[in-house]
Design a protein around this ligand. Structure first.
Ligand code: AMP
Length: 114
């Protein structure tokens, strides 16, 4: 999508602090980190939100989680632990409408979920 900021990071039109990329996913550091390690894993193809997923997307979504696991190990936070979050629509606080998996870690989580 032409007006999607994460599509622009995937295509290289906007610079992102990219830590990993492959044919299906791109991962980059969050511009406003909520934890010492805060990385966003996004599909290279545009999908607005979890609400728009179809059965054909299941391998892609699984790949995003495997990618998150590998990046957590690469970042040295796998052993101590990390949190994976996907916000969907207003009540969850989704602000960028291109699915993204937040990978948060590097310190004990202070806030309870919800
Ligand atoms: P969400 O609230 O789940 O939609 O999360 C969107 C995230 O994208 C926020 O944590 C933002 O800080 C992050 N973000 C927005 N623009 C950029 C950008 N250009 N590069 C990296 N992260 C961004």
């Amino acid at each position: 999508m032409t007006d999607c900021i994460f599509c622009k990071i995937v295509s290289g039109d906007i610079q992102g602090n990219i830590v990993y990329r492959d044919e299906q996913t791109t991962a980059f550091r969050d511009i406003n980190p909520a934890a010492p390690t805060h990385i966003l894993i996004v599909p290279n193809k545009h999908i607005d939100s979890v609400n728009m997923l179809i059965v054909d997307d299941e391998p892609l979504i699984g790949h995003m989680f495997t990618t998150a696991k590998n990046i957590a190990a690469q970042e040295g936070i796998a052993e101590n632990g990390y949190r994976l979050i996907i916000n969907t629509n207003a009540d969850a606080g989704q602000t960028v409408f291109h699915i993204h998996l937040h990978l948060l870690g590097g310190a004990p989580m202070k806030n309870p979920m919800g």
